[in-house]
Ligand binder design. Structure first.
Ligand code: XLS
Ligand code: NI
Ligand code: NI
Length: 439
């Protein structure tokens, strides 16, 4: 076992008064909140890429992270990372993980070799899963890093790339099934465009739909029962990503008759890049019955890119968990920390502080959301606000009983309109009150 892990031991819950930076203040896995143990609501997952393969590199400079596997390479490196990753999850009590094919295994000289490497690592991961009881929340295929994906993956102008992607996703569906993965994610890495001057957007979107259909068919063929998820993002790496936001993806899926097969993996930082709040995206997914899973992170609103920071904003986490509870939970989805430590936080210990902060933030958010719901704080207010649709003309509208002629006749007799206050500030202060009070 890593020396540092031996020193740190297992992270324990010490309660909100604890000053120990290496203890949970709110995350108490077995504590029952809103009828279920916290861990069942939260289903935390470690992101393999940010936690184990990220180096701290940015566009202006080399990696800074100091890791015990720095001197290794090839399959030896891959296995060491897996060992440490599972030890790390055990120390934190994280029961799920998520990965891309290239996170766990090095690329070979040929596609055949690459797929063999992934297979070999899948055996290794399977063994670690059995030893620790840790499960696979979701897997995915990286179809954006290598230069061959320069024009995209399923939306590339080059059909050979489309075929290559088919081989990759085929393999990853088989592996996700073998590892008992509960979901499979499609994030449209470079599925978008830089300029319409060289882009056949219709063909590209048709092809994306064809690709997703092939995935659905293949999953059915091999008996993969996991949930398919699409992760919307409006921009980065391309200027315009086709899976812009939840509403856009819903339109896309319905347009191509794919809506039955996919739910959404909502990432906080992607929501804000799209000009939405995190809660907005969760809400849109929930009311359309397609809230699948969460990439828990947070962006920097002063920066225009995906900073993938660990979530520490309790306000946002409370509202996110409010949507999750209203959704009846996330399972088979979960909360994957698609987040990385800052470049200057280069010590291994920083990963512990980051994960503890993220897990505590969502645990506190869960408790606040549960209390708000138990007290019906917003529900009572919302019910009252829309009361006019439960009687008279409003009821007729909702029940589809009338058209413009009857509306006009009614309005002519009722044109002295009275509105009541929306009480936003009152509700915001109530929300704060709950945040203060929940211990
Ligand atoms: C990138 C995405 C990516 C997906 C998985 O912005 O968040 O990390 O979650 O491919
Ligand atoms: Ni993500
Ligand atoms: Ni992201």
């Amino acid at each position: 076992m890593e020396q540092l892990f031996q020193k740190i031991g297992k992270i324990k819950y010490e309660g909100s008064d604890s000053k120990n930076p290496l203890a949970f203040k709110y995350y108490n896995p077995e504590e029952v909140v809103y009828k279920k143990p916290m861990k069942e609501h939260l289903r935390f997952a470690m992101s393999y890429w940010h936690t184990l393969t990220g180096t701290g590199m940015d566009p202006f400079g080399a990696g800074t992270n100091i890791r015990s596997w720095d001197k290794l390479s090839g399959m030896e490196l891959a296995k060491k990372r897996a060992d440490i990753g599972f030890q790390f999850m055990e120390a934190l009590g994280i029961e799920y993980y998520c990965f891309h094919d290239v996170d766990v295994a090095p690329e070979g000289e040929t596609l055949k070799e690459t797929l063999q490497n992934i297979d070999e690592m899948a055996d290794y991961l399977e063994k670690l899963q059995k030893q620790t009881g840790i499960k696979l929340l979701w897997a995915t295929s990286n179809m954006f890093s290598h230069p061959r994906f320069v024009h995209g993956a399923a939306t590339s102008c080059n059909a050979d790339v489309f075929a290559y992607c088919g081989a990759k996703v085929k393999k990853m569906l088989e592996i996700t099934k073998r590892l008992g993965g509960e979901n499979y994610v499609f994030w449209g890495g470079r599925e978008g465009y830089e300029t319409l001057l060289n882009t056949d957007s219709k063909l590209e979107m048709d092809n994306l739909a064809r690709f997703l259909r092939m995935a659905v068919d293949y999953a059915e063929k091999i008996g993969f029962k996991g949930q398919f998820l699409i992760e919307p993002k409006p921009k980065e790496p391309t200027k315009h990503q086709y899976d812009f936001d939840v509403a856009t993806v819903i339109g896309f899926l319905r347009n191509y008759g794919l809506e039955k097969h996919f739910k959404m993996n909502i990432e906080a930082n992607h929501a804000t890049l799209a000009g939405h709040t995190f809660q907005h995206e969760l809400n849109m997914a929930r009311i359309n019955g397609i809230l699948g899973s969460i990439d828990a992170n947070q962006g920097d609103l002063l920066l225009g890119w995906d900073t993938d920071q660990f979530p520490t904003n309790i306000y946002d986490a409370a509202l996110a968990m409010y949507e999750v509870l209203k959704n009846g939970g996330l399972a088979p989805g979960g909360l994957n920390f698609d987040a990385k430590v800052r470049r200057a936080s280069f010590e291994m210990e920083d990963l512990f502080y980051a994960y503890i902060a993220g897990m505590d933030t969502f645990a506190k958010g869960l408790k606040v959301a549960a209390k708000l719901l138990e007290d019906g704080v917003f529900e009572t207010m919302i019910e009252k606000r829309y009361e006019s649709y439960t009687v008279g003309i409003g009821k007729d509208i909702v029940e589809g009983k009338i058209g413009f002629e009857k509306l006009a006749a009614y309005a002519l007799k009722n044109d002295q309109i009275k509105n009541t206050s929306g009480k936003q500030e009152y509700l915001e202060s109530l929300l704060n009150q709950y945040i203060y009070e929940v211990k």
